[in-house]
Write a protein that binds this ligand. Sequence first.
Ligand code: DGP
Length: 117
Amino acid sequence: MTEENDTIFGKIIRGEVPANKVYEDDDVLAFEDINAAAPTHILVIPKKHIVNLFDAEEEDAELLGKLMLTAKNVAIDQGLEEDGFRLVVNNGAGVGQSVFHIHVHVLGGRNFSWPPG
Ligand code: DGP
């Protein structure tokens, strides 16, 4: 959104880098992960640049809720209603966050173990 959002997702939001989009509105964008970890692997992001949950504020509560509902709608669109799906949000490099624009991974289409690796 601003020059501060120099992440790859900022570039996707601005249309500078292509992505296989599955949903978009004024607030959020959903697109296929380039490095799919499951038969269905969609990323849901806000257009506002929030680095991760540590960077989120009270004023972002509605937007964060919208990310969850968008993830649900994407999962249904992808045919995951019967078998279910998993959401992952990596917060911080120490747990695997590699793109510093908050994103919800929507994963489905295979079995998942617990606890996650
Ligand atoms: P994380 O490790 O939680 O920060 O997840 C970042 C994800 O972003 C990772 O699964 C791969 C994906 N990704 C990185 N670069 C691109 C890109 O240029 N396009 C798309 N579609 N996905 C990307």
